[in-house]
Design a protein around this ligand. Structure first.
Ligand SMILES: Cc1cc2nc3c(=O)[nH]c(=O)nc-3n(C[C@H](O)[C@H](O)[C@H](O)COP(=O)(O)O)c2cc1C
Length: 213
């Protein structure tokens, strides 16, 4: 028994020590999801065997290599995105700004009929350069990916893809790079959304080279 509390107490009289196996899964989900923040959100577009387009947000998402670039996301349970990626090996990570947040949030629901989430949330499917799934035209940037590896981990299924094409919208570029304040991607914070518009001042932050990873 490594845990100090059998369930989340309203207040902590002493630090929490937890073997995650000892809490009900809903409590562990809430705790870990509020600790690993902010999480970038991959708005993943895929295409089904029947040609139907699919679009859904995944905040269990990150960069795993940069030469060549590789990204990962994790599907909690068997979902359409995972099925499509396993079937045809391709996906696009669309990176949304604040302007697309309403649409992105809507795509966490399944469309009522045979329509796709692109229709449900009213975004434009634009042809990709290197893969069959289209990209979301309104997104600030898009990473076209091919599947290199997938495997289960806990209740998740991890998908790693190699980025074969990168598209950056001209509006987020300034002074030779992606300008954080212009890009301002939406992120997942605990149960809320946030944005990265506030950069730390040079006095608050360590030098850039210390931040390489
Ligand atoms: C902001 C946000 C982030 C999400 N992140 C994940 C995630 O990382 N993994 C996951 O399995 N579901 C995640 N979901 C839920 C899926 O988007 C949802 O189950 C969706 O219906 C899956 O669609 P699909 O079946 O078309 O792939 C997230 C939902 C939201 C709103």
């Amino acid at each position: 028994m490594f845990s100090s509390h059998p369930e989340p107490p309203p207040e902590l009289g002493a630090d929490l020590e937890l073997d995650p196996e000892e809490w009900a899964s809903q409590h562990t989900y809430t705790l870990i999801g509020s600790l690993v923040v902010p999480r970038p959100v991959a708005w993943v577009s895929t295409i089904g065997a029947d040609g139907r387009l699919n679009l859904a947000p995944y905040s269990y998402f990150n960069l795993v290599a940069d030469d060549p670039p590789h990204v990962m996301f994790s599907s909690i349970g068997a979902k359409d995105t995972l099925r499509n990626v396993r079937d045809n090996g391709e996906f696009v990570v669309n990176l949304a700004g604040r302007g697309q947040l309403g649409a992105l949030d809507k795509t966490a629901e399944s469309p009522p009929d045979d329509s796709s989430e692109f229709d449900l949330c009213g975004v434009t499917a634009e042809p990709s350069q290197r893969v069959r799934p289209p990209r979301v035209a309104e997104a600030k940037a898009q990473l076209e990916c091919v599947l290199v590896w997938h495997a289960p981990a806990g209740n998740g299924h991890v998908v790693v893809g190699r980025v074969v094409h990168i598209h950056v919208h001209r509006s987020v570029w300034s002074d030779g790079r992606v300008a954080p304040a212009l890009y301002d991607p939406v992120v997942r914070l605990s149960r809320r959304y946030g944005a990265l518009s506030a950069e730390l001042t040079p006095e608050e932050a360590p030098a850039d080279h210390a931040l390489a990873q």
